[in-house]
Design a protein around this ligand. Sequence first.
Ligand SMILES: Cc1cc2nc3c(=O)[nH]c(=O)nc-3n(C[C@H](O)[C@H](O)[C@H](O)COP(=O)(O)OP(=O)(O)OC[C@H]3O[C@@H](n4cnc5c(N)ncnc54)[C@H](O)[C@@H]3O)c2cc1C
Ligand code: SF4
Length: 480
Amino acid sequence: MAERMLKFVGTPQAMPDKRPPAERRRDFEEIFANYARDKAAEQAARCSQCGVPFCQIHCPLHNNIPDWLKLTAEGRIEEAYELSSATNNFPEICGRICPQDRLCEGNCVIEKGFDSVTIGSVEKFITDTAWNQGWVKPIQPRRERAESVGIVGAGPAGLAAAEQLRRKGYQVTVYDRYDRVGGLLIYGIPNFKLEKEIVQRREKLLRASKVAFRLDCEIGRDISLAELRSRHDAVLLASGVYKARDIAVPGVGLPGITAALDYLTASNRSGLGDAVPDFDSGTLDAKGKNVVVIGGGDTAMDCVRTAVRQGAKSVKCLYRRDRANMPGSQREVRHAEEEGVEFVWLTAPQAFLGKEKVSHVRSVRIHLGMPDSTGRQMPQEIPNSHVNIEADLVLKALGFDPEDLPTMLGTPELGVTGWGTLKIDWKSMMTSLDGVFAAGDIVRGASLVVWAVRDGRDAAERIHSYLATKAQAAVAIAAE
Ligand SMILES: Cc1cc2nc3c(=O)[nH]c(=O)nc-3n(C[C@H](O)[C@H](O)[C@H](O)COP(=O)(O)OP(=O)(O)OC[C@H]3O[C@@H](n4cnc5c(N)ncnc54)[C@H](O)[C@@H]3O)c2cc1C
Ligand code: SF4
């Protein structure tokens, strides 16, 4: 092992080739190329195979990272794929969009002084190779089961659960109010982070595995939850969080001020070839405009980088804290800066100015004061520090809250937490309704794809236990 691994001392970290910013600004294609096979092996061999792999501990899926790195270093890519796909339904997606600097790579032992192993890029390489080689095959369960499960939401949580349940032989139907499969992977996250084909080939695989999809079908409107429960032996709610947080300042209703997800969805739909009237009319197109994005998370980063690609005149990101306190990935901030985005740290909007439509964001400078009960420094306005920032398009990216599911689903008895997320018993992952489980953002609040996958997998296990127990009880009753 020592011969091939532990190369971090002599081999510097090298990410796959990154396209130059001037080229990236002109299109929506992914910014990183894939590793060539020998480069992936070289980078995987930097792993120190440490006794306590903190990368694995800090990966929400507890991926067996050191082992698949070693297999990659040895050129045993098919085995690396088997291992990597045993714990993750979408390794090539996580490899592309996990904030690795906060998860696996941020906790890599050699990070201190030698730069981490490029875990995400190797993970992406392994599974992209598997797809190219035809190693990724539809599921053929060893036995079919009669019980069926209805899943609400075709995002990563719902899809991961669907795949895991299908592996066990359950009949699975996924319902989604969107017209496409993927949830935020399709309509939220832009192509330059995750190309749509990557998600669509997963959809095809699930369909070939006999997972049924009912799209354009909103539970609570087209089918009631009660009906869904009567159709299926168990139901999983994986409906995500979609209520955009707003900002309570004067002028917020002016034309030209838009919720971030509406803007990103329009851009993604347009890229997919859909007719999008608000995009085609220019309302949701940043071309030639001074764009101001408010917020500091992943959604804000996606908005600023989309606006650059649409040909905005200028793009500014206003965030009330500083760079070190941003919720978004630092890597994404670097990419955005390279592409010409200006970050205006420690600045908050106070009002939106304009007559017929927004023309300026009146902002105030912020000082970070004493930490609050959560340990975060409290933003405090600096008196007389106002500045008016020119803006033709303002995008509000302040985060998401859950919709009012008990009302939307017509089930007031469905328990929710103080934040409006679904209340579950964390052991069984069941909601307050018998046989109704929940997973993903609707339980955690806005989170990450990798956590949605983890929750979907866990929920599938719990649903399996629930159905198996029910089946055993039925057999026992019949035998009495
Ligand atoms: C712009 C943006 C960028 C992001 N970037 C990243 C990133 O880079 N990396 C990362 O890890 N995470 C990122 N995230 C977060 C990540 O996308 C989510 O955490 C993840 O998608 C949650 O998965 P989910 O399956 O719980 O929900 P979703 O992906 O939201 O899927 C829920 C699905 O349920 C459907 N649905 C809702 N209600 C109903 C109903 N009543 N009936 C039928 N269907 C319904 C919705 O249409 C949707 O398709 C980003 C989020 C956003 C908004
Ligand atoms: S799933 Fe995400 S956190 Fe886990 S190893 Fe892959 S990139 Fe890292």
